[in-house]
Design a protein around this ligand. Sequence first.
Ligand code: ZN
Length: 151
Amino acid sequence: MHQQGVRPGCFYCEHSEIQRARMIFITKLSTSTVFLNRDQTHPGRCIVALNWHVDELFELRGKELTQYIQEVADVARVLKSITGCKKINYGIYGDTVSHLHFHLVPKKPEDDDWDDAFINNPQNPITGKDDVNNRLISQIRQELEDRHETL
Ligand SMILES: [Zn+2]
């Protein structure tokens, strides 16, 4: 099922320092890998990156597309449950980092950017404290694994 496309220079493919500077590994699923974004302006903000390189959603074939979207939905469900947010925002941008990945951003009505797009790269990112990040990571990982076991 998995096409193992790797693109030289892509930090998602090469798992480079640039990637570790931007996000923290949470867990690997069958088509995607889940990361906690270092920017926690919206607590619980995550990335769900495809496990191989394509630029566009339409490059995925039927079963791959279905499974990837299922995993995005699973992560979104877990984030909504853990954060108590009002809405998950889903962003695929990738102008300069084209490797297919969703940003999942928990939003609340009291957020400055409620009813508007979240800022992908805020000028003054709020980096979560280690203990808060670690708690989020273990909760997300546990809930995803629990869900997997019940399938
Ligand atoms: Zn890549």
